[in-house]
Ligand binder design. Structure first.
Ligand code: G6Q
Length: 555
């Protein structure tokens, strides 16, 4: 048994979990009229109701003891203070500096990083303003009406999720699109209705070596040069965001169109950096800065609020409670907001790439569960699909319901209906429906006693299924920034408890390394002798299938 699982705080939680499994939320609410007040909090612009969780005052105290035992408060200081929290790569994780609006220095290695951060923000403002007002033009003198971001993973998911979330602030005459997949259909379908003379590409890649991104960028350059008939057009139609300034120059991107970021910004934490350039172009730099403001408000809360009313700490500790003590293997994120439809995909990377680890900070295998599988879809769509399992399946799935009190659009009763569904679902999950209630309901509807008895077990909902309601006043750039930062810090809290590094991603690096080897075998059409039988067999089948004729599109 590891020191963590042997520790007093861990052992106390294990002992407590045996009784907590049998907790009844109906009873907890009946016996404590102030449960909602004592189990809710305000974190920056976000209200969090965590009263519908399988926790008592004792659970709360025991989780806080675990947090203190694991040194959570000091670890929060380390994160903001530029300590090498990413110990395997010997890096800090100073994404919070990118949105620091305090005017105070942020030191890393004895140097203030803020002048560099402010300089890049100022350049982003000049560039995005010039695209938006049409003063920066393409090779043939036309203003841009489309921006295509080419990137993948952390260089795609954050900005694309935010551009979707803030679509209400976008402009119809300036389309912002994202290409990530190396499958050529993604690039082809994205470009097919665009005018090369009015299209700007942003190649976003921290390393500027990622195979998918560089392949897409090269094909985009070909498309542009072939259409405009002049290789010199590249300089006017490409910008880059990268830490690898040498490689951007080799690609032909002029240095005044290269936006820098730094090693201390992890890919999945980078939307606050120049990786957010497509956001600034889509919705304007003022709104991008409002996004930073919102995140900074959450940072201030995380740094200063006592742990028991600290949003990221409470959510992180609940995550530990369910993953390690109540055996939950998955966690659902259910935004009741169509604009947030890419949030689950974004959070999947943030959470699973950060918490999907099996070696602890001392280099030993962990002896406890780490990150659960995170998944989700917007409500109300999910209600007509997988919610069945949430309500009546055999697994417990803790779920986050995210909703805004005020809708962005004000169309008829839509928003009230959305809100009602969201609240009703958390109610049903928590309080369920007993067999007697199900029976009485059917009897009232005029069903025969025999039929009602037969169906009652099927129409019973066990309840006691935990959920958090995350309530925004409205979805704005600033509340969105706070929401994303809330999840970032939740991931950090869990990593501190689990003693893992949330800032490296060796699993992703493996994919980058392996694909290269298989590709050379595939292209040489010769089965490599050192390949395993399955890969060799599949390569042979692929070679036999030959090259299919290219699809004929309508355009
Ligand atoms: C993020 C990961 C990964 C990365 C992509 C793209 O934290 O490291 O998703 O963002 O692999 O890498 P580049 O930005 O270097 O192209």
């Amino acid at each position: 048994m590891s020191a963590l699982t042997r520790s007093p705080a861990w052992q106390a939680l294990e002992a407590h979990a045996a009784t907590a499994r049998r907790l009844c939320l109906r009873t907890l609410f009946r016996e404590d009229p102030s449960r909602f007040e004592t189990h809710s909090l305000t974190a920056g612009p976000i209200f969090i109701d965590w009263s519908k969780h399988l926790v008592t005052g004792e659970t709360r105290q025991l989780l806080l003891s675990l947090a203190r035992q694991q040194g959570l408060e000091a670890a929060i200081g380390d994160l903001f203070g530029g300590a090498l929290v990413n110990h395997t790569e010997r890096r800090a994780a100073l994404h919070t500096a990118l949105r620091d609006r305090s005017g105070q220095p942020v030191l890393f290695g004895g140097r203030d990083v803020m002048p560099g951060v402010r300089d890049v923000l100022a350049r982003m403002r000049r560039f995005s303003d010039a695209i938006r007002d049409g003063s920066l033009r393409g090779h043939t003198g036309l203003p841009f009406d489309a921006v295509v971001n080419i990137g993948i993973g952390g260089s795609d998911l954050g900005p694309s999720m935010v551009v979707e979330a803030l679509r209400a602030h976008g402009r119809d005459d300036l389309r912002v699109r994202f290409v990530s997949n190396v499958d050529d259909t993604h690039l082809v379908e994205t470009l097919r209705d665009l005018d090369p003379a009015r299209t700007l590409f942003i190649v976003s890649s921290k390393t500027f070596t990622t195979q998918e991104t560089m392949t897409n960028a090269a094909s985009a350059r070909q498309w542009l040069v072939a259409s405009l008939g002049d290789a010199a057009a590249v300089g006017a139609h490409f910008a880059a965001v990268s830490t690898n300034v040498g490689a951007t120059a080799m690609f032909g991107i002029p240095s005044d169109r290269v936006f820098e970021f730094w090693d201390w910004v992890g890919g999945r934490y980078s939307l606050w950096s120049a990786i957010g350039l497509p956001i600034a172009i889509a919705v304007g730099m003022d709104r991008f800065e409002a996004l930073l403001e919102g995140a900074h408000a959450m940072d201030r809360h995380f740094r200063s609020a006592p742990l028991d009313i600290n949003g990221p700490a409470v959510l992180g500790l609940l995550g530990v409670w369910y993953a390690n003590f109540l055996g939950c293997a998955t966690h659902a994120v259910l935004p009741y907001d169509q604009y947030l439809h890419r949030l689950p995909a974004y959070l999947q990377q943030l959470d699973m790439e950060s918490s999907g680890k099996r070696i602890d900070r001392s280099g030993d295998p962990v002896e406890h569960a780490t990150g659960p599988v995170l998944w989700g879809e917007p409500g109300t769509n999910g209600q007509h699909a997988f919610f069945q399992l949430l309500h009546q399946g055999t697994q417990m799935v803790p779920a986050d319901f995210i909703v805004a009190a005020r809708g962005v659009r004000q169309l008829g009763r839509h928003h009230d209906i959305l809100l009602a569904n969201c609240l009703a679902q958390t109610q049903a999950l928590a309080f369920g429906k007993t067999e007697a209630e199900a029976y009485a309901e059917m009897e009232r509807a005029g069903m025969s006693a025999g039929e009602a008895r037969r169906l009652a077990p099927y129409r019973t909902f066990p309840g006691n299924r935990p959920s958090t309601t995350i309530l925004l006043e409205a979805l704005t750039p600033s509340s969105l920034g706070a929401l994303i930062a809330l999840y970032e810090h939740r991931v950090y809290v869990q990593s501190v408890i689990w003693e893992i590094n949330p800032f490296d991603q060796w699993g992703v690096e493996l994919g980058k390394q392996l694909a290269g080897g298989v590709l050379s075998t595939l292209e040489s059409r010769q089965g490599g002798v050192d390949l395993d039988a399955s890969t060799r067999g599949l390569l042979t089948r692929i070679a036999l299938a030959g090259d299919a004729p290219p699809a004929q599109g309508s355009r």
